[in-house]
Design a protein. Structure first.
Length: 115
């Protein structure tokens, strides 16, 4: 494979993983809204926390970004993923806030449950 196809493969995988975590987060938000805190919510929290640990280990960088850097010297925030540049730039901030709101909603639902 050449440099362009290596970078394209990384971008596709990175985008698919990003989409997967979107599904996880939006399911969790849906579960809070409809008050259906089930095992999938707890699995989602575990997955998001594991992703956070990976980002911490790699100094707030996705390992795929590190891999993609070998094939590009672009300064754009979306050089390694098929997202608009603004979303790639603020992705971690947006989704961290969203996750915190979801966890807050889960805690609220749990604390206000009537037995």
């Amino acid at each position: 494979m050449n440099i362009a196809s290596n970078l394209t493969a990384i971008k596709i995988v990175h985008t698919l993983i990003w989409a997967f975590f979107n599904v996880v987060l939006f399911y969790m938000a849906y579960a809070v809204i409809v008050n259906k805190i089930d095992n999938f919510v707890w699995i989602g929290i575990a997955l998001i926390l594991m992703e956070g640990i990976v980002l911490l280990i790699f100094k707030r960088m996705c390992p795929l970004t590190i891999m993609a850097r070998k094939y590009s010297d672009s300064e754009k925030d979306n050089f390694d993923i098929y997202l608009p540049n603004w979303l790639a730039k603020y992705n971690k901030l947006i989704y961290t806030i969203f996750f915190i709101l979801i966890v807050g909603g889960i805690l609220y639902r749990m604390l206000t449950q009537h037995s």
